[in-house]
Design a protein around this ligand. Structure first.
Ligand code: THU
Length: 161
């Protein structure tokens, strides 16, 4: 038996003011997209924005349902839009933000487990990493160079070969 440590490389910025213009723009789009969330059950409004390899940007937000499991996270909404509108184009970056009335909005959130699986599939499909820019309304911003870093030991299509 041998032991192995898995590490997640990431950059931590003190606030969004430290970001370059392209990242700052995408994070702002994600913040704005929280306004389009349909989150009457949780009150937790999430916005996601992607940049595609062709330079286009798209946004999405969480869409909840009275049948709770039918709800869908912002990250999967925007990736579904990207895949539907630009099926042959890779996604290079994704920003995620949120607004929670009465909550602490001065910190980043990171994608849930199902979204990590979905974003990882998108990376593998195009053999191209998706940078993640994670920031709340204010406070620290985390940047990861590839979403797959958030899902070590992922189950992928390679397992089914
Ligand atoms: N949610 C997202 O949209 N993205 C995340 O990364 C975390 C959670 C949504 C799902 C649900 O509508 C609400 O936030 C509370 O979990």
């Amino acid at each position: 038996m041998k032991k192995k440590d898995l590490t997640i490389p990431m950059e931590v910025y003190a606030d969004a003011g430290e970001l370059g213009p392209a990242d700052s723009l995408l994070l702002n789009l994600a913040k704005e997209a929280t306004g389009n969330a349909y989150a009457p059950y949780s009150g937790f409004r999430v916005g996601a924005a992607v940049r595609l390899a062709n330079g286009e940007t798209l946004t999405g937000s969480n869409q909840e349902n009275a049948s709770f499991p039918a709800g869908i996270c912002a990250e999967r909404v925007v990736l579904s839009a990207a895949s539907a509108l630009y099926p042959g184009t890779s996604v290079t970056d994704m920003a995620v933000s949120f607004y929670h009335e009465g909550g602490n909005n001065a910190k980043p959130i990171s994608p849930c487990g199902i979204c990590r699986q979905t974003i990882t599939e998108y990376e593998l499909r195009f053999a191209s990493p998706i940078r993640l820019i994670l920031g709340g309304n204010s406070g620290e911003v985390f940047i990861l160079n590839r979403a797959a870093d958030l899902l070590p030991l992922a189950f992928t299509s390679a397992e089914m070969k």
